[in-house]
Ligand binder design. Structure first.
Ligand SMILES: C[S@@+](CC[C@H](N)C(=O)[O-])C[C@H]1O[C@@H](n2cnc3c(N)ncnc32)[C@H](O)[C@@H]1O
Length: 264
């Protein structure tokens, strides 16, 4: 199954809003992932779906020789600007994680923080991870749980979204141990644990509009709708965030798994 057209649309979608405004909402996840991969100075590290660069920056600060790559040229440009601001020396480039140009076994570590899970061809992703990671090298991925806040948010948005093409994988499939074992377990010895990174706020409307305007997929969806459907989406998503209210505050639990693995 080829997903070239969908992937081209994703490249535009992910760059349609300034992800740098919300990357900090998952900073604890970036730190948890990098800690579990214990970067060593001089190691060759590839961060896939690097977004605006945060995981790649952590690895570079630890002394690794880092390449961060992402499907979105706009986000890669932002990552380059941020790296220059921080005085970090690393390679940042545009690449589709389903079709990498890197040589076989060229990295000691391959990471992806809720990045590769969004590519539609899971088989290709798994085979590229196994191909570019050297024997004895490590992988580390994070993936949202379907049964938790992010899964529930995608479900609330689903009635407004176009139907995905037949055979396209869902990012939420990666949030299950058995599924990850089935796609990666043949090439890697895996360890999987669950963590939570709640999203807190005070007002459902503010939380939704901030997210809507800064997260490419929701911004692209919202701008694709007519005025009436936009209002319906806004109403549904404000209600979604308000459903997590307790007293004065809102806290959306967002459970995810951290997958680490050693290449056989
Ligand atoms: C939720 S963001 C996570 C960004 C970053 N890893 C982080 O944790 O801050 C998902 C990222 O995956 C990237 N992405 C989606 N599909 C991709 C693909 N096929 N190849 C490479 N990157 C992809 C998007 O462009 C986006 O930057």
């Amino acid at each position: 199954m080829a997903f070239e057209e969908l992937t081209s649309r994703h490249a535009v979608m992910w760059g349609s809003a300034p992800f740098e405004n919300i990357a900090h909402l998952i900073e604890d996840m970036h730190v948890a992932l990098v800690e579990r991969l214990s970067p060593l100075a001089g190691e060759h590290w590839l961060d896939l779906g690097c977004g605006v660069g945060d995981v790649a920056f952590h690895a570079a600060r630890a002394g690794a020789t880092v390449t961060g790559s992402d499907l979105s040229p706009t986000l890669v440009e932002t990552a380059r600007r941020r790296a220059a601001e921080y005085g970090l020396d690393l390679t940042l480039e545009v690449a589709d994680c389903q079709n990498l140009h890197d040589a076989d076994a060229s990295f000691d570590v391959v990471s992806s923080s809720v990045g590769v899970i969004f590519a539609p061809d899971h088989e290709r992703v798994a085979s590229e991870l196994a191909r570019v990671c050297r024997p004895g090298g490590r992988i580390g991925l994070t993936a949202w749980r379907k049964e938790s806040g992010v899964g529930a948010m995608f479900a609330a948005m689903a009635p407004f979204m176009p139907t995905p093409p037949p055979g396209a994988g869902s990012p939420l499939q990666w949030g299950h141990e058995a599924y990850v074992e089935s796609v990666l377990g043949g090439a890697f010895d895996l360890t999987i644990e669950e963590l939570d990174i709640p999203q807190v706020g005070e007002d459902g409307r503010e939380m939704w509009t901030f997210f809507r305007d800064n997260f490419g997929p929701s911004f692209t969806l919202w701008t694709s709708l007519g005025a009436d459907r936009r209002t319906e989406l806004d109403t549904a998503m404000e209600a979604f965030f308000e459903s997590y209210r307790s007293g004065d505050g809102i806290s959306v639990e967002r459970r995810y798994i951290v997958v680490t693995g050693v290449r056989r």
